[in-house]
Write a protein that binds this ligand. Structure first.
Ligand SMILES: Nc1ncnc2c1ncn2[C@@H]1O[C@H](COP(=O)(O)OP(=O)(O)OP(=O)(O)O)[C@@H](O)[C@H]1O
Ligand SMILES: [Mg+2]
Length: 274
């Protein structure tokens, strides 16, 4: 019998765009690989600044081809730095949340064939609270909300948390403050968000950590490389490694659920296409 292991499913979301989600996903994936984890990134961002561009990959297919039965999942997934696997969804995201019964079964089978090979599924989403972002957040076990210290980013992060709580009863959020000046600044940003969430929503947040503003991030983006690879000793890389180590703390493994469990959750949330 195949060895079934549970998969950590983590959606990275933000209220405001451009706060660093894709960079967090790509670099976190590499950091977790270096810690021996098998990582799959689901690039569920409908926009342009995608994981494949950031990591200089050239995927030929996306999940649309699997949904339509034209390709197997294995043919669509591309390999990035350090053996990180990337499943491009891009324009297939809309389709993914509107499947008919036959397509759902096919996709579940495809994901099942990957079970036992993946430890962590990281989902990069579009900014804001569109319906499909909510679906990924609810279907995954963990939600990481990325915000920068800017007041507009904070307000939008709060709005995202509010919608996920009031409409979807989500109560657990981990906050990552990106582009902070220093750890104190980041903690203060988190505190503001946590106070508002506690006072007005009665939701308690969890501080995941921070990444400093670091021009090596920008340089790496321009070179289409992960900053963790291009500038391993940079302040951003060291902070990112600390965040990654928090993900492998014991006691945080999922009790159950492989990849197809996640897909099942996603389908349970979304309507069947007619
Ligand atoms: N810690 C940082 N220090 C300096 N610059 C950063 C940092 N994090 C992100 N950036 C800059 O912000 C830009 C946007 O980052 P990224 O594409 O990861 O954001 P995003 O949240 O995925 O955006 P979108 O909402 O458009 O998907 C990067 O190209 C980079 O130049
Ligand atoms: Mg992005």
């Amino acid at each position: 019998m195949r060895n079934r292991k549970s998969v950590r499913t983590i959606t990275i979301a933000s209220g405001k765009g451009g706060v660093g989600k894709t960079n967090v996903v790509a670099n976190l994936a590499i950091a977790l690989r270096k810690m021996g984890k098998e990582v799959l990134i689901l690039d569920a961002d409908l926009g342009l600044s995608n994981v494949d561009i950031l990591l200089h990959l050239a995927p030929r297919y996306n999940i649309q081809h699997v949904i339509r039965g034209e390709k197997r999942l294995r043919d669509v997934i591309v390999e990035g730095p350090c053996g990180v696997k990337v499943l491009p969804a891009s324009s297939g995201v809309q389709e993914l949340t509107h499947l008919d019964a036959f397509q759902r079964v096919r996709l579940l089978e495809e994901f099942e064939s990957f079970d036992g090979e993946i430890d962590v599924l990281l989902i990069d989403t579009s900014a804001g609270i569109s319906e499909n972002v909510a679906f990924f957040c609810v279907a995954s076990r963990e939600i990481v909300v990325v915000t920068s210290p800017e007041p507009t980013a904070l307000t939008d992060a709060y709005a995202l948390i509010k919608v996920l709580f009031t409409r979807y009863q989500e109560k657990d959020f981990r906050i990552l403050v990106n582009s902070a000046r220093n750890p104190e600044d980041a903690k203060e940003v988190y505190r503001k968000l946590a106070v508002a969430a506690d006072r007005f929503l009665n939701v308690s947040l969890d501080y995941l950590g921070y990444l400093p503003f670091d021009k090596s991030v920008h340089e790496a983006v321009r070179a289409q490389k992960a900053f963790l690879e291009m500038y391993p000793g940079s302040a951003a890389s060291r902070a990112l490694e600390e965040v990654a180590s928090r993900f492998v703390e014991p006691g945080r493994e999922d009790a159950k659920g492989g990849l197809q469990f996640f897909m099942g959750n996603l389908f349970a949330m979304t309507g069947e296409a007619r």
